[in-house]
Each structure stands twice: as structure tokens, then as C-alpha cells.
Design a binder for this molecule. Sequence first.
Ligand code: TUI
Length: 308
Amino acid sequence: MKTRITELLGIKYPIFQGGMAWVSEGRLAAAVAEAGGVGLIAAGNAPAEYVEEQIKLARSLTDGVFGVNVMLMSPTADDVAQLCADEKLKVVTTGAGNPGKYMEMWKSAGVKVVPVVPGVALAKRMERAGADAVIAEGTESGGHIGENTTMCLVPQVVDAVEIPVLAAGGIADGRGIAASFMLGAEGVQVGTRFLASEECQIHPTYKELVINAKDTDSIVTGRYTGHPCRSVKTKFSRKLANGERDGSITPEQFEEITVGSLRKAVKDGNLEEGSFLCGAIAGMVNEVKPAKEIIEEMFAQAEKLLGK
Ligand code: TUI
């Protein structure tokens, strides 16, 4: 399947693995890269040293294409951004902000820049700033989300910019890829499906939650903090949602309670204090498979549907 995204990066399949904080480390990124997609190491809030280690690990496992996802709200974002340029990565994706101030540094280091955008305005700004492509991420995604849906957002971004657009949010099989292409996307970003990959290093409890999730089992919390976040419904996320609704948890308390909660989910499978981020498509993810199989099956189905 040739698109401007496969051409831009010299990859077999136009698929980016989502940059999921603590989840997307070197081994998962390398597996996706090895399968012919783009693997991403998520920096999240981690220090640059952690990211450097993961880059080394991925390089030792694959010659495929991988990069780093820079979480722009992180206090370590400046250091991680500098590392991406120093390491001359093939590609950087960004989330949770506007990466404008790093653009020149990355472009002159030969790094392809692909920001995640929740709306048309930022997509246009990113194009003007020199982005190579954008990822239009709908509210169906896991983690920190915007308001618009993938179905509504992707065609509007496609109409607004000349650079290629990848679709994200709610894509976990070949039907999602085919639908994205019908909306004008030239690639997809997939996160939740890879939570249930063999190479994904998350705690077994996390994988079980995703595998067992039904269509109604994701929940959005934290709208009142300005950082809405989608995760698996658990006792903990319900408690946060209730506290947000009835005012018994203030936004400041909410931030305090959730500090470190991603790590507690990923590393410890801590159901009492962990945030198990996942997309709204988790209900359709029912089986753990190697990343390569996931990708090959998705694209075989998409190509059949698209009549190629
Ligand atoms: O970034 C993500 N997903 C994430 S980041 C994350 S870590 C975190 N945890 C708690 C609170 C906040 C972050 C977990 N999941 N996806 C990409 C994404 N970017 N979604 C939404 C945005 C976004 C939102 C507003 C990008 C830019 C933006 O506006 C920037 C501006 O200045 O216009």
C-alpha cells in the first residue's frame, strides 16, 4: 500500500504505533519497525536518559524505522527534543501541545516531524511551520484527548492542509484503516491494538483489562483540569469520575491523585491507584498477538476492502 507516508519514511505499511507513555518503549517500537511500520518510543514525563536508553535498545533490535513521541507538557520536553536532534532520529511525533519552538532544530537535523493535532487550526499552523505530515487524532483515542471525533476531524484536516494526514482514534482492524483512507488519510496511528501485542511490556493485569473490555468500558476523566484523559473503567477511574461530577475532588486534588498513576498501571498493574489508559475501541481488542501479525492482518483486511 503506497502513500505519501510510505514514501516519506521508506516503510512498507503506512502505520505509526501510538506513543503511549511508559507503554511504548524500545522493544515494542522495534517490533513495529521490524514489521514494516513506524515504531515510537514515548518519552511521556521521563527524563532524556530513559529515552536515550530506549533508543539504544531499539537500535540493537531493528534496522527499521522508529522515532520518539515527545509529550510537550512534560518538564523534560526541552531535553528530550534536543536528544531527538542529537540522535538524528528518522521521525518525531508530538502530543499535548504545539511543537513550533523545536521545529527548526529538528528539520535541520534531518528529522521528519509529525505532530498530533486535535483540530484544523493547529494542523494548518504545523503545516506552515514545516511539519512533514500531521496525525489527526479523534476523541476515541486513549490518554489525553481532544473533543472532535475521528470521523469528523480527519476529512476536515485533509481538506485544510496539503501535507499527508494520518488518522488516529478508534482504529484497531482493517476496517478502521479502510475507513480512514476513505476519509482521505494516507496512514493511521494505532495505539490500543498494540497494548495487546506480545512485545508490549505492560503488566499482565493491564493486558487483561484491555482484552476483557466491552464497548462501554472506557471512561473520560479530568475534563475540569483541562486535560481530559480516556482510560479503562476501573474502581479508581470511576472514583475520579464521581469526584469530578459531585465536586468532592477538586481539580487540584485530581492532579495530585493522578500523578504517577500511568506508571502504577503499566509497571505494577495497580488497580487501586493506576490509570489504565486505552481507546474507545478496546472492546474490539480480544487477543494478544505478535505486532507483526497484527499489522499484516490489519493491512490484508484493509486492502481487500479497498479492492486492491
Ligand atoms: O498526547 C496525547 N496523548 C497523551 S499524552 C499523555 S500524558 C498526560 N497525562 C495526563 C495529562 C496530560 C498528558 C497521555 N496521553 N495525544 C496527542 C494529543 N495531543 N491529544 C491532544 C493533543 C493536543 C491538545 C491540544 C495537541 C495540541 C493541543 O493544543 C496545542 C496548542 O497550543 O494549540
